[in-house]
Design a protein around this ligand. Structure first.
Ligand SMILES: NC(=O)c1ccc[n+]([C@@H]2O[C@H](COP(=O)([O-])OP(=O)(O)OC[C@H]3O[C@@H](n4cnc5c(N)ncnc54)[C@H](OP(=O)(O)O)[C@@H]3O)[C@@H](O)[C@H]2O)c1
Length: 326
């Protein structure tokens, strides 16, 4: 089969379309003819040699796919050849064929194209895990979502809104309109405004009940200062840096703040299956009615994978960047 391969770890130009062995489904897996895959920051890190795939996973980039089942493993009962599915995979999405554990495949909602469906799994599973499982956001509570126009951010806004929470986001100014249309009450331009001051002003000085963070070190103090009593901070990435210095920890104790980090790729098969099932129960009807939608920034043909990676690394996207595989 054809697949996007990496000449050597480094810049986007090192990606090229080459030949690779077609994977075969194990007993609990299905083989999917990939119609579309989506970019993730993890792909850019893996391309640079900074994020090796977990043991047993395909070395090919690509953590999510949408396509058509062409073969099923001997123990798979819930899918048949011809079903249209999307889902999370541990690697191998930038290819004509990819295998996916049957328990991680989801039916493509009837109103979504392959390109749109490829933009659903990673960001909605991540946001659902952070908000519903870890942060346990409740109706009437408030949440601050950093990088609100990121793929994960756009899914998080929709989920938090559906729960009945008040949503605040930070994002570059030009991305505010999308966040507000998705359901955010206020968008803060973190480049010109102090988000801590804004959040406290919007919450009558109380702070938010939950916060999703991708920036980490440079935001830690302001994040702590932006929390309400019993607030939950979920850290999903460290895009701003690893090392925080001179942090006043008093709010953690005084306000009983909980901080938890999380990743998705390294979770067990069983964990991801449960998460997939719970997301399906929570979200699939909402996709069918149009209440939830993946926010697609752009669709590239997979022959343009170099340009797609460059675009993501320029932080220009609002929502997902998709690769059409043909
Ligand atoms: N832990 C997990 O389970 C998990 C799962 C999925 C993704 N992630 C991680 O979550 C992060 C967001 O992923 P995504 O796919 O949603 O991202 P994305 O769509 O590429 O969006 C990232 C956005 O973050 C904003 N940003 C703010 N500060 C930044 C900084 N210092 N460096 C880079 N970007 C910055 C930029 O938007 P503005 O112009 O608004 O600043 C940028 O466009 C990534 O780091 C990804 O690896 C984690």
């Amino acid at each position: 089969m054809k697949a996007v391969l990496i000449k050597e770890a480094g810049a986007p130009e090192n990606l090229y379309l080459g030949e690779w062995e077609t994977p075969q489904p194990k007993p609990h897996e299905v083989l999917v003819q990939v119609k579309a895959t989506a970019l993730n920051r993890a792909d850019t890190m893996q391309r640079k040699g900074m994020y090796p795939p977990p043991p047993g996973a395909s070395p090919i980039l690509g953590l999510e796919i949408a396509g058509i089942i062409t073969a099923i493993g001997t123990e798979v009962t819930q899918w048949k050849i011809g079903d249209k599915v999307c889902g999370l995979i541990p690697g191998g999405g930038y290819a004509e064929y990819a295998v996916i554990p049957a328990s991680q495949a989801l039916p493509i909602p009837s109103n979504l194209s392959f390109e749109e469906a490829a933009g659903v799994p990673e960001v909605f599973l991540t946001a659902f895990q952070a908000i519903n499982w870890i942060g346990q956001l409740q109706k009437g509570e408030s949440i601050l979502i950093h990088a609100g126009a990121s793929g994960v951010g756009t899914a998080a806004i929709q989920i938090a809104k559906a729960i009945g929470a008040k949503v605040f986001v930070t994002a570059s100014k030009g991305k505010h309109e999308t966040c507000l249309q998705l359901g955010a009450e206020k968008a803060i331009d973190y480049k010109t405004e102090n988000f801590q001051e804004q959040v406290l002003a919007y919450t009558d000085g109380k702070g938010v009940d939950m916060l999703i963070d991708f920036i980490a070190a440079p935001y830690l103090q302001q994040n702590l200062n932006s929390m309400n009593f019993d607030g939950r901070i979920v850290i999903l990435a460290l895009m701003g840096g690893l090392t925080a210095t001179e942090v006043n920890m008093l709010p953690i104790l005084f306000k009983r703040i909980r901080i938890q980090g999380s990743t998705l790729r390294a979770r067990t098969l069983e964990y991801k299956a449960r998460l997939t099932k719970d997301l399906y129960d929570f979200a699939w009807e909402r996709f069918e009615t149009g209440e939830f939608k993946p926010v697609i920034d752009s669709v590239y043909d997979w022959t343009e994978v170099v340009a797609a990676h460059e675009y993501m690394e320029a932080n220009k996207n609002i929502g997902k960047i998709i690769l059409r595989v043909s």
